[in-house]
Every structure is written in C-alpha cells, then in structure tokens.
Design a protein around this ligand. Structure first.
Ligand code: NAD
Length: 503
C-alpha cells in the first residue's frame, strides 16, 4: 500500500474554485461569550482557525484563561436561580424560540460549519436540522417528566420525589460535529433547568459562537456561556472548578480520563461520550447488497470522522469475497470534494494537518501489518487534508487497525467462521459505543444484538440516530447518555422529601 503523495492514479478532488460560501462579515465575534455579551477575556493569545480544504486561515479566535472560566462560571451561578425557577412551560417556550432562531439561520449555520470543518454540505444539513430538532424535543420532553409516584410508603409519611437541576454544568465538545455535539449538551442541560459554560473544540468554535450570538436576545444573560480555548487550560479549569456541579465531555478517551481526574477533586458528576470502534457483523444469511449500502453510509459519513462509524467489518468467510466486492463498488463511487463543490459531494478532508498525518500513519502501520487496500489507501492532492476512502482487507486478527480508533475514511474487513467467534471478536475492543449486525435470521437478530457490548446496536442498518432514543457508550466509550429523556435524567438529581403526616 502506498501512502505517499503521488496522486496520479488517485481519485480527484472536486474543488469549489475559491467560491466562499459565506462572507467573513457573517462570522461570529472571535471572542468568549460571558454573561450575555462577547468579551476579549484575559488571554493574550489566539487560535488560528483553518479551512481544512484550502489550508487558509479563516480567522483568529481568542484563547481563554482560567480567569475567563471563573468569570463565566460566576455568571452562570448568578443566572441559575432565575432559570431554575421558571416553570417547565416558560422554559420550554424560550428553548423553542432558540430552535426557531436556528431554523431562520439554518443555511448560514450549515455554510459556517462546512467552512470550518470541510464537511460535505449534506452532513452539515443533517447536523443543523438535528440540532434544531434536539432543542424542540427537549423543550417539550422536560414538561413531561415521570418518576416514582408520590405516596405513603412509611405509615403516616408522605414521600415526594423531586427532580432538580444540578446547578452550573461545564460542557466540552469535539471538532467532528461542533454544533451538533454542542446542542446535544446545551439542549438537555438548559431544559433540565441548569445553566452552563461550554468550551468548544479549539479547532472548530465558530458555529458555537454563532449560536451564542444568534440567541443572545433570547436566553437570559449568564444562562449559556462560551469560553473558547484549549482543553488543557479552559477544559481543565472547568473540570476542576469547585462551583461546577458536573462536567460533560464528548471527545477522546484521553480527554475523558483527564476530565475525570480533575473532577475527582471536587467529587463532581462526570458525563462522558468518548471514542468508538464500531463492529459491523455480516452473517452469511444477510442481504449482502443491503449491508454494503448501509455501510457506505455507516462507515464513511462525515468522512469517517464519526465516533459511531462502522469502521470494522467482520464478515462470514463464506461470503467475504462477494461482500468485499459489493462494498468496494460502493466506496469507489464516492464523490470527494469541497463542500462548495456541489450537494452530491460525500467525502471531505480530515479536520487538520495533524489528524491527516495521524490517519496516514495508521494506513502505513496497516500496510506493514499485512493489510491490503482494496480501494484507496493513500493521501490525495493538496491543498486540503484529503484521504482517499479506503477499504483494508486481509487484515490479520488483532492488527492495530482493527483495534484503535482511526477516525478517517477507513474500513477494515476481517472474516469469521462461527457465530460465537463473531460475537467475541466484536466485543474484543476496549470501546463499546455502537455496533451493527446484518442477518435475515430472526433468532440471530435478537440474540446476537443482546450479546454485543455496545450502547447502540443496529440490525440491518448503521448510524440511524434519532432524538427520542439515547446515545452513549459502554466500556472505554464512556458513560452517561445524550439525547432522549435519559439525557434529562443525567442532568438532574433526585430528591426525596418525606412529610410526617401523623396527628
Ligand atoms: P479531543 O479529546 O481531542 O477533544 C475533545 C474536547 O476535549 C476538545 O474541546 C478539547 O479541547 C478538550 N480537551 C482536550 N484535553 C482536555 C483536558 N485535558 N481537559 C479538558 N478538556 C480537554 O477529541 P476530538 O479530537 O476533538 O474529537 C474526536 C474524539 O471525540 C474521538 O475520539 C471521537 O470518537 C470522540 N467523539 C465521541 C462522540 C460520542 O458521542 N461518543 C461523538 C463525537 C466524537
């Protein structure tokens, strides 16, 4: 396999020829948003925000300090009593107004997200629509909480269960779905009656800052604060801050561990959505063309920079050859390009030069381990951090490319011979975020799904996510749930109040 930059035989990148999707006057203020207004903060340095298609600088955003976090937490504290006192109906109306404002600005948010991340337009559209729907769902769901019934469980004593907000919550988000992962935190945290301070990825803060700008006249000052900057400074301070009741992070395992360690000092709650290495198990009785189509989407959505991506196919040895050619046909037909080059572009660049180099190193290691690139396997032309959509076959059992999160457009194919072996191998990685199985056998569809160690298991599909259902992992993929009423549970606490009614 060749991972050099000789691009003569490689897929072409469709370029937008410099047509900027949005005017730089529509960029958000490149500063923190604290207590209802934008501020430079205390820092003296900035972060370059890079367009991963052109490698040009989009803008420079202020880097926050510990003092900026402290100011934001103080603002969130001041805002907390007023926000939690609102009735669910009143809070729901405000959150619905946020959704409406995003809807009015949906095109701008999509363009901005694609510019900052390089993601195809179809992905940005899905992100923004899902974000809007998440606000709408949480606005309504928080009005319909359920719990144990109040009643006399001890004689003459009335027990009442209260669901309370936690207070100020710190949220930390990654670069792969900057707006969407932010909203998966913001919507339930606010709906449950908490206030928050959010730190977006230093590489992709623009849509989060735009969200703050767009909703500044809707959300009361201090309810939602954003401090831009680095994980080791801003994220670390949020996680250790004694007045932050809980820290919620979506990111890598290493960042989850750092946050957990920092949170331990003040015994704060921790909510972690971490990495994944989702297996897709294709049985001999599967609808093979259907499975290949599902994995075209499930393996390569967002250019494979997706925590739930079906990046690890385990296929029964009797159908491995047929399935590999079906998937190869799907993957060979991807349109690769810049988001402005058309709505049919499906694969964009890696987020940064560092990540691009990391993915290429994984490909080199896989080649050394004996893997064969059926499709792709290399970098594409610069500028831009593009890597060809890749299928690796003949992958030895236990090879690093089957165990570690590559987080690029790379799917490995391994074979198995027995059902139990497939389950054991699906479960052998330290992650447990998502998985899928492909079968037409009803017994197998229930039984195997129940024996796979992952927070979401799809049968005959992959990566279909809906706001009513929980999302989150087992094992090294973390704990806590995004989306659904389970997220509202996570961002509240249960109080038992008991009244002595004896006369
Ligand atoms: P990352 O861990 O590098 O960064 C995530 C966030 O954590 C960033 O805002 C970063 O600044 C911050 N951070 C880094 N070090 C920190 C520290 N010491 N203290 C506090 N905060 C710190 O992850 P990334 O590269 O931005 O995103 C990719 C990772 O996110 C992948 O592992 C992917 O699987 C995971 N992810 C998971 C889900 C999910 O739902 N489980 C969703 C999206 C992404």
């Amino acid at each position: 396999m060749n991972t050099t930059t000789d691009t003569t035989q490689r897929p072409k990148i469709r370029r937008a020829h410099g047509a900027a999707a949005i005017d730089s006057s529509q960029l958000p203020p490149a500063r923190h948003f604290i207590d209802g207004r934008f501020t430079e903060g205390q820092g003296t340095t900035t972060e370059q925000i890079i367009d991963p298609c052109s490698e040009d600088v989009i803008c420079n955003v202020a880097r926050g300090t510990s003092a900026d976090v402290d100011a934001a937490v103080a603002a969130a504290h001041r805002a907390a009593p007023g926000w939690r006192k609102l009735t669910p109906k009143a809070r729901g109306e405000i959150i619905t107004a946020v959704a409406d404002r995003l809807q009015e600005n949906a095109e701008l948010l999509m363009d901005l997200e694609s510019w900052n991340t390089g993601k195809p337009r179809a992905v940005a559209e899905d992100d923004v629509h899902f974000a809007i729907d998440c606000f709408r769902f949480m606005a309504g769901a928080q009005r319909a909480g359920t719990a144990l019934a109040s009643g006399e469980y001890a004689e003459d004593h009335l027990s009442v269960i209260q669901r309370e907000p936690l207070g100020v919550i710190g949220a930390i988000t990654p670069w792969n779905y900057p707006l969407l992962m932010g909203v998966w935190k913001i919507a339930p945290i606010l709906a449950a009656g908490n206030t928050l301070v959010l730190k977006a990825s230093e590489q992709t803060p623009l849509t989060t800052l735009k969200l703050a700008e767009l909703t500044a006249d809707i959300l009361p000052a201090g309810v939602f604060n954003v401090v831009a900057g680095q994980g080791s400074v801003v994220g670390q301070r949020l996680a250790e801050h004694p007045d932050v009741a809980m820290i919620a992070l979506t990111g890598s395992v290493g960042s989850g561990q750092a946050v957990s360690r920092a949170a331990a000092e003040s015994v704060k709650r921790v909510h972690l959505e971490l990495g994944g290495k989702a297996p897709a198990v294709v049985f001999a009785d599967a609808d093979l063309p259907g499975a290949a189509t599902a994995l075209r989407n499930g393996g390569y959505w967002n250019s494979g920079q997706e925590c739930g991506a079906a990046c690890r196919v385990l296929v029964h040895e009797s159908v491995a050859e047929e399935f590999t050619s079906l998937l190869a046909a799907e993957v060979s037909s991807f349109v690769i390009g810049e988001p402005g080059a058309g709505p049919d572009v499906e694969i964009g660049p890696m987020i940064s030069r560092a990540h691009y180099e990391r993915v290429l190193q994984h490909l080199e290691q896989a080649a050394q381990d004996g893997a064969r690139a059926v499709v792709g396997g290399s970098a594409l032309e610069r500028p831009g951090f593009f890597i060809a959509p890749t299928i690796l076959a003949d992958v030895p059992v236990g090879a690093a490319c089957t165990q570690e999160e590559i987080f690029g457009p790379v799917v490995t194919i391994e074979t198995f011979s027995e059902e139990q072996e497939a389950i054991d191998r699906a479960n052998e990685v330290p992650f447990g975020l998502a998985a899928s199985i492909y079968t037409t056998d009803t017994r197998r569809s229930h039984d195997v799904a129940s024996r796979i160690d992952a927070g979401t298991v799809w049968v005959n599909d992959h990566l279909v996510i809906t706001g009513e259902m929980p999302w989150g992992g087992f094992k090294g993929s973390g704990y806590g749930r995004d989306l659904s009423v389970y997220a509202l549970d996570d961002y509240t606490r249960t109080k038992h109040v008991m009244h002595n009614n004896a006369r």
